[in-house]
Design a protein around this ligand. Structure first.
Ligand SMILES: Nc1ncnc2c1ncn2[C@@H]1O[C@H](COP(=O)(O)OP(=O)(O)O)[C@@H](O)[C@H]1O
Ligand SMILES: [Mg+2]
Length: 253
């Protein structure tokens, strides 16, 4: 039996002005799995990811058609708080952008805004988040030093920890390892494989190899169209569409 869907896209299209970027995408995204969205540049992978936490609202002249359901509830319903939605659906971008603060403050920043969180609760949340982001061992002795002083790979894992500190249900990652060294990339991948046990994860990997290493399911987008979607095994070994086959075997892209 297929796992229950955490997110459902019903015939979703997205326009920038008159230009359709994403066209008629229907997709179910399971909880406790990693969905990898692959495809050539300009296929609307980032657009699709941004729709899931309504960052797409910020596009000038952006327009969405169709419905996006999170736990069965339309995320565009008037009674949905965007702030609340973005807490439930966190995002990590390609370039790590730590706040110009200490490592500890970067991770505690979001939770600190909540009422009545004690310093000791914050300390344990910071540690738990940094551990889950596979960077604790490298920073535990320097929590009060600037996050900017870390390597790019460490900064990216601190940014992941910052998202985890908000205790999201869904984690979106847009090419999170594109600028990282192989060791940091491996640590991020290991962290995601552990996090999927209790999160829904949607990643735009930086290459097909990463999708095959960590994806449970794969969606192949081309020119804003969802060409194919299935288990990673099916998509990589028995793609149904010749365009998928051409892309994963490196004939274009
Ligand atoms: N903020 C924006 N304003 C206008 N057009 C955009 C914007 N973001 C993306 N696009 C356009 O939407 C299409 C898909 O882009 P994107 O989602 O970034 O694709 P991908 O992540 O697959 O490279 C491209 O044609 C791009 O130019
Ligand atoms: Mg992109």
């Amino acid at each position: 039996m297929p796992p229950t869907a955490k997110i459902v896209l019903e015939d979703v299209s997205f326009y920038y002005g008159q230009e359709p970027a994403l066209q008629h995408v229907s997709l179910e995204i399971a909880d406790k799995e990693i969905l990898a969205i692959i495809g050539p540049g300009m296929s609307a992978k980032s657009t699709l990811l941004r729709i899931l936490n309504r960052l797409s609202d910020l596009a000038t002249e952006g327009r969405l058609e169709g419905r996006v359901l999170l736990d069965g509830k339309d995320i565009h319903d008037p009674d949905v708080s965007v702030t609340q939605l973005r807490t439930r659906v966190g995002v990590v971008f390609a370039v790590p952008v730590p706040l110009p603060l200490s490592i500890w403050d970067n991770v505690a920043y979001g939770p600190q805004l909540r009422r009545g969180v004690s310093k000791s609760e914050l300390d344990s949340l910071v540690e738990k988040s940094l551990r889950a982001a596979a960077v604790w061992d490298e920073v535990e002795d320097r929590l009060h030093e600037p996050a900017m002083a870390l390597s790019g790979g460490q900064q990216q894992r601190v940014c992941l920890a910052r998202v985890l500190a908000l205790e999201p249900e869904v984690i979106l990652l847009d090419e999170p390892c594109s600028g990282l060294d192989p060791i940091s990339t491996m640590k991020v991948e290991e962290a995601l494989l552990t996090l999927k046990k209790d999160h829904c994860i949607v990643i735009v990997p930086h290459n097909v190899q990463q999708a095959s290493r960590i994806g449970d399911r794969v969606a192949f987008l081309m020119g804003g169209e969802l060409v194919e979607h299935g288990s990673a095994e099916q998509v990589f070994t028995k793609p149904r569409d010749s365009r998928t086959d051409d892309y994963i075997t490196g004939r274009f892209g």
